[in-house]
Design a protein around this ligand. Structure first.
Ligand code: NDP
Ligand code: MG
Length: 390
């Protein structure tokens, strides 16, 4: 039996992961499941899957979790430190699907155990890519990408020599506002930004798709995971979301990964790697689809893509600044405190203000320095937002 843990089990990726695990219960021993506020779901899944341990991120919810799991034999714990401790329990395969910077410390801890880390939490690579990759190498652990684009690149590279890669193209649906008149964007509401044309995902990443902050994070994720130079990474708008990424080789060949917009594909690939197993995803009928469209993203509509380039040029801890400022600006947009377009303006303000501080940005990348820079960037973002508050 493979020992598996799922961090962020109550979220969109976590639930898709449990769906696959549930289909072959005799193959898996569930070690730890973690969640946040959704205690009912966490407890129900921990009970049904006979997990060894269930952890909520919130200390104040420990009693609720304990009550919900009374008599089940599932151990319970609460708090961010308890989540990281749960990652120290030996597991062969760990899904990293907490949203945001909070996913970094548990992912690092899991890598120290030397198993496989299936990485959905792109923020880990954006904030601390070199740290994560070094931890994997030092502990003989493996990171497998779960973001659909990165799983697609990974699959297109099987059997290929990285030195023969000329470029990597990641696709973007363009999100909820890809066809809106630009002047309407400033008035975009939370409900409008929370609808994705093709993917069913958590609310935060759905809004990040509308602003393209998600794609901006993914460009940096591509750089960190595959080690390719930033000028070899391209983004193309592809409204159908069926081609997930393409790898271009020195002979001009493009290898594309094409599949349904269903995260169980990338999760299943990481779960069964290096095998391919049957997955409950739709098979594409290309004749019925007929046409696939591609177009260049409009830089005025998606300033986040330009900011990602700035981050890659600046390097060091600027990814942690970028991500934290983005997370804070997104919180504020969700709370109705700033407008949709203010998010990129706030992030740019924070990046500009903090990038010149080389004592901070060019310091060593450790969990502590990432947490410090993250904290400062959120304070800076708050200051920048006071100026813009609606
Ligand atoms: P969701 O918001 O749906 O789920 C997030 C999970 O993290 C939930 O289990 C939530 O608990 C938990 N969580 C939230 N805050 C914290 C915290 N501070 N500490 C510990 N746990 C916390 O997110 P998604 O599943 O959409 O995304 C997860 C990750 O996967 C993200 O990094 C995202 O970028 C990436 N990803 C997601 C895709 C998708 O299709 N959804 C596609 C590609 C990548 P609770 O809900 O109980 O409060
Ligand atoms: Mg993606």
């Amino acid at each position: 039996m493979r020992r598996v843990s799922v961090f962020g089990a109550t979220g969109s990726i976590g639930q898709n992961t449990l769906d696959l695990i549930r289909r072959a219960p005799s193959e898996y021993q569930v070690v730890a499941l973690t969640g946040g506020r959704n205690i009912a779901k966490l407890a129900a899944d921990a009970r049904a899957l006979k997990a060894e341990l269930a952890v909520t991120a919130h200390d104040d919810l420990l009693d609720d979790l304990r009550k919900a799991l009374a008599g089940s034999g599932v151990a319970v714990a609460a708090g961010q430190a308890a989540i990281t401790e749960a990652a120290a329990r030996p597991a062969d395969w760990t899904m990293s699907a907490i949203i945001g910077a909070a996913g970094l410390a548990p992912g690092m801890e899991a890598l120290k155990q030397g198993g496989t880390l299936a990485l959905a939490n792109k923020e880990s690579l954006v904030t601390a890519g070199p740290l994560l990759m070094a931890a994997a190498a030092a502990h003989d652990a493996r990171i497998l990408p779960v973001d659909s684009e990165h799983s697609a690149i990974f699959q297109a590279l099987v059997g290929e020599d990285l030195a023969a890669v000329e470029r990597i193209i990641i696709t973007a649906s363009g999100g909820a506002f890809r066809d809106w008149p630009l002047e309407k964007l400033a008035r975009a509401t939370l409900a409008e930004a929370s609808c994705h044309p093709n993917w069913d995902m958590g609310q935060r990443i759905t809004i990040d798709s509308a602003s393209m902050f998600n794609k901006a994070l993914e460009v940096i994720e591509t750089r960190e995971f595959f080690g390719v130079a930033p000028d070899r990474i391209e983004v193309i708008l592809h409204p159908e979301s069926l081609v997930h990424a393409l790898v271009g080789f020195r002979d001009g060949a493009l290898m594309a990964h094409v599949g349904a917009s269903d995260m169980r594909h990338a999760i299943g690939y990481a779960l069964h790697w290096p095998e391919r197993r049957d997955l409950p995803v739709a098979r594409l009928d290309l004749a019925a689809i007929g046409t696939l469209n591609f177009r260049a993203p409009d830089p005025d509509r998606y300033p986040a893509l330009r900011l990602a380039r700035d981050v890659m040029r600046r390097g060091g801890l600027s990814g942690a600044v970028f991500n934290a400022a983005k997370e804070r600006a997104l919180d504020a947009f969700i709370a109705g405190e700033i407008g949709f377009q203010d998010m990129s303006a706030v992030v740019e303000d924070v990046l500009t203000a903090m990038s010149s501080d080389s004592g901070l940005i060019d310091g060593e990348i450790t969990l502590d320095t990432v947490a410090h820079v993250d904290h400062l960037a959120r304070i800076r973002a708050d200051e920048a937002m006071q100026v813009r508050a609606v």
